[in-house]
Design a binder for this molecule. Structure first.
Ligand SMILES: C[S@@+](CC[C@H](N)C(=O)[O-])C[C@H]1O[C@@H](n2cnc3c(N)ncnc32)[C@H](O)[C@@H]1O
Length: 381
């Protein structure tokens, strides 16, 4: 696709940019294109302008990541699938590591993330944890099944599962039907106070993931951490997980990121809300925004799966409720009490829905969380 000269390369970039912008504005498809950028953009000889151009493309690509789960068509292609860029291309991987999704969105607003937040105290406000328990996204059965099937390959007994950073049990309870016993662990007493108490084989404990003295060494078949690993000290958390896991036991780090549906207008509204609250996420918890790409499980042969999805049909109230469960929304509200932010969110989503579907008695959104996991197992010996 590219010629050998710099001007050819820059012309390709310009064309690519045009197409990406075109997609963002019109929703036209990009998926069948293969773009091969030259690796020499990364060479030490490149000048400021060339570097800026590549970074610009990269930030555009990151915007596409936000939209990539929209409009999956019958051929299974998504219109702006970023994998249409050859992932083995050194420039692509070079650029990816330079600027993340979160950086490009922040960059756009000239904002930075909050710093110095105590990540162990983010989920302690009573109203917040109630909203969390009521509205926060659960995981699809496919996700639980995928993890349990992997675990069964080496530990078919399925005696014990521990879910650290369990919140009020959003992931914990989903494992209950597969395991003889499930223990949910969270550092926040407030979160645990909202967890269900009526599932006979599920128990909840207030504790940090780094210290699980109530679990014997080599006793756990599955150690999971859903949407929470970015709050934990990596080394100590892994060390404790390794202590409690049986040989052949499974370790899973699970997460979800972009929420989108089939309608660009609604996606754009969701994107605007996320962009607004992004600076209120503590920088310390940032690793989730690149889907834990910088995290390495401590076991050989571990793998990641970025193709899982978690579809949800939500009423307007439920969708606004999901936002009310975000720490960043709480922090935004604390900084802007005059704005009535949740009401603003409700109004903007209602308007977007009306623009797409017209006046409806029931406002329902069909949305999907892009879901990902890292999975591996403790060696058998
Ligand atoms: C975003 S919530 C995830 C909750 C739940 N797993 C889910 O999927 O919705 C993150 C949780 O991690 C907990 N947490 C933060 N640091 C922790 C630590 N060091 N050990 C255990 N839990 C921790 C927080 O209290 C919070 O409930």
């Amino acid at each position: 696709m590219l010629g050998s000269s710099w001007s050819d390369s820059l012309a390709t970039i310009a064309l690519f940019k045009q197409m990406v912008c075109g997609h963002l504005q019109t929703g036209t498809r990009l998926a069948e294109q293969t773009w091969n950028f030259p690796d020499r953009f990364d060479s030490p000889g490149i000048d400021q302008l060339q570097r800026r151009q590549t970074e610009e493309i990269y930030s555009l690509l990151d915007k596409l990541v936000i939209f990539q789960t929209t409009k999956q068509d019958s051929s299974g292609l998504r219109p702006a699938q970023v994998s249409s860029v050859d992932p083995s291309c050194p420039l692509w991987s070079g650029l990816r590591s330079k600027m993340s999704l979160v950086d490009s969105v922040l960059d756009e607003q000239g904002a930075t993330m909050k710093q110095g937040v105590d990540t162990t105290k983010m989920f302690v406000d009573n109203d917040h944890v109630k909203n969390y328990a009521k509205y926060r996204t659960r995981y699809s059965e496919d996700v639980f099944k995928y993890i349990v099937d992997y675990c069964k390959e080496t530990r078919p007994d399925l005696d014990l599962c521990v879910d650290v950073g369990c919140g009020s049990g959003q992931s914990t309870t989903g494992f209950a039907k597969y395991f003889k016993k499930v223990v949910g662990v969270d550092i926040s007493e407030a979160q645990i106070s909202q967890a269900p108490k009526d599932i006979p084989n599920v128990e909840f404990k207030v504790a940090p993931a780094e210290q699980l003295p109530f679990l014997e060494s080599n006793s756990v078949d599955l150690w999971t951490c859903a949407q929470a690993f970015n709050y934990m000290p990596e080394k100590e958390t892994f060390a404790e997980a390794d202590r409690v896991l049986k040989p052949g036991g499974t370790m899973v780090i699970l997460g979800y990121l972009t929420l989108s549906g089939q309608e660009e207008l609604i996606n754009t509204e969701l994107y605007k809300i996320i962009a607004k609250i992004l600076p209120y996420w503590p920088k310390e918890t940032k690793s989730i925004f690149n889907k834990f790409k910088d995290v390495t499980l401590p076991y050989p042969g571990w793998t990641r799966n970025d193709t899982l999805v978690n579809p949800h049909r939500m009423s307007l109230e439920e969708l606004v409720g999901v936002f009310s469960s975000f720490y960043s929304v709480l922090a935004y509200q604390q900084d802007h009490p005059e704005e009535h932010f949740l009401e603003q969110i409700e109004t903007s989503l209602r308007d977007a829905h009306r623009q797409v579907f017209g006046q409806q008695e029931e406002i329902v959104f069909d949305l999907t969380w892009e879901t990902f996991l890292l999975i591996g197992r403790k060696p058998l010996q």
